[in-house]
Design a protein around this ligand. Structure first.
Ligand code: ATP
Ligand code: MG
Length: 428
């Protein structure tokens, strides 16, 4: 392959400078919301032993059957790029004994699934997820959904995202439901799509997820999981519904919602948008009380969710990033009347950066007439042009031009410059 043919892997995308500012702002809002609910960040490796995922996500799921990036390392051990964050997070919590007390954690980062790339579906995508360990009652679920809703509000997306909720009960109830569902589907075996026929043996519940039209028609009259849920679980679900109602969170019950991973019990939910086309789910999660023990820890109740950042970004893009006010322009553009003054200018820029943390200075580091440099300064969107010429170098000063008002003054670098810039910035 010649060098000019090198391209990113299909389904994996660069986030370019035109977008990275808005990505960072979106991530900053998310981090702020998490911290206001006392969630702490955890960062896990991107590669984990394959067995971690197959043991937690479930052997007979799309992810494990066909979506994982799995390879042998040089030692012949099977490794996988993480397709989701919960398994690694639980692994880390057990490994570092983090679960002796209740704990709220969040994480963010790239996930990898070998899926068919399309709008809202990539092979490398980004998730932010949260896990709350050690809370049994419905209150933690309510608080988590309130956190989600607060995030949509802060991003000004609250009108476009709906909450769907279901109660899938205990594994005991699901066993009974499984038998009833099998009974029903056996009658239509030959009319099911190939994947679903295979799942009759391995994992009939996943047939509920089938996107095949004929299968969906058959499912229309299938028994409902809701009817198999035991009283205790039903009561907890009612408590949750009550809490959400009291807090003003609107809920749509969706009795077909089962979610793609095996480890959930009782509560499952998805936040969906009508503005995303076929890939409508922005965020999904639920309770998974059995997973910690299943992966070798003590039994600890747990609830979590993960949201897809590309889909969230698409929604923000759709409303013109209405919630963001900052822009990426530098605060000042530093230009020189002659390249002989670059040394002075470099030193000046350093002193300003030290005096004004966060004040962004773009120095013109190439040749060019003052006129063309001023053009660049205007184009950069900077508020100020800082000009260094013969006079400035001679008396250790700099000329400051306010590009908004056009006012220009010469300032001695020694003392007042930092204060002056702060004052000028505040005047806007
Ligand atoms: P979907 O129904 O869209 O396949 P899922 O049930 O596989 O989603 P989860 O594993 O619950 O999704 O992941 C949570 C969120 O991560 C999804 O709601 C979605 O926003 C995002 N997500 C999942 N897979 C992808 C992908 N391949 N590309 C982009 N985002 C994704
Ligand atoms: Mg999926």
């Amino acid at each position: 392959m010649t060098a000019n043919k090198l391209k990113a892997v299909r389904g994996m995308h660069d986030i370019l400078p035109v977008n990275s500012g808005n990505w960072a702002r979106m991530e900053a809002v998310i981090a702020r919301v998490f911290s206001s609910y006392a969630y702490r960040e955890i960062r896990m490796p991107i590669v984990e032993p394959t067995a971690l995922f197959s043991r937690s996500i479930g052997e007979v799921t799309d992810i494990i059957e066909k979506e994982m990036y799995t390879f042998e390392d040089r030692n012949g051990e099977s490794m996988s790029l993480r397709p989701e964050g919960t398994a690694g997070c639980v692994r880390a919590c057990i490994e570092h004994s983090l679960l002796d007390t209740p704990r709220k954690l969040w994480y963010a980062g790239p996930m990898f699934r070998y899926e068919r790339p399309q709008k809202g579906r990539q092979r490398q995508f980004h998730q932010v997820g949260a896990e709350a360990f050690g809370w049994q009652g419905a209150e933690i679920e309510a608080e988590m959904l309130l956190l989600n809703q607060r995030l949509w509000c802060e991003l000004q997306l609250e009108n476009g995202i709906r909450l769907q909720l279901n109660n899938i009960g205990s594994s005991e109830s699901r066993k009974k439901f499984r038998a009833a569902l099998l009974d029903y589907l056996e009658k239509y075996r030959d009319d099911l799509d190939a994947d679903s026929q295979r799942r009759l043996q391995s994992n009939p519940l996943r047939i509920l997820d089938s996107k095949d039209r004929d299968t969906q028609k058959i499912l229309h009259d299938a028994p409902l999981l809701t009817d198999f849920v035991d009283d205790e679980s039903r009561q907890k679900h009612d408590t949750l519904l009550g809490l959400l109602q009291d807090s003003g969170v609107s809920v749509e019950q969706n009795s077909r919602l089962v979610r793609g991973l095996d480890y959930y019990n009782d509560t499952v939910f998805e936040w969906v948008s009508d503005d995303l086309g076929a890939q409508a789910t922005v965020c999904g999660g639920g309770r998974y009380d059995g997973l910690v023990e299943q992966l070798g820890g003590k039994p600890v109740p747990a609830v979590g969710f993960a949201m897809g950042l590309e889909r969230l970004y698409m929604l923000l893009e759709g409303q013109g990033f209405a919630c963001f006010h900052e822009d990426d322009a530098p605060d000042a553009y530093l230009l020189v009347a002659d390249s002989a003054y670059q040394r002075y200018a470099l030193d000046l820029a350093e002193r300003l950066r030290a005096a004004l943390p966060g004040f962004a200075i773009m120095q013109h580091l190439a040749a060019g007439s003052l006129k063309s440099q001023f053009k660049r300064a205007d184009k950069s969107g900077a508020r100020f042009a800082l000009i260094v010429g013969e006079q400035e170098v001679a008396d250790n000063s700099v000329s400051v031009k306010d590009l908004q008002s056009g006012e220009q003054s010469s300032v001695s670098v020694g003392d007042g410059i930092a204060a002056l810039l702060v004052q000028l910035s505040a005047d806007t």
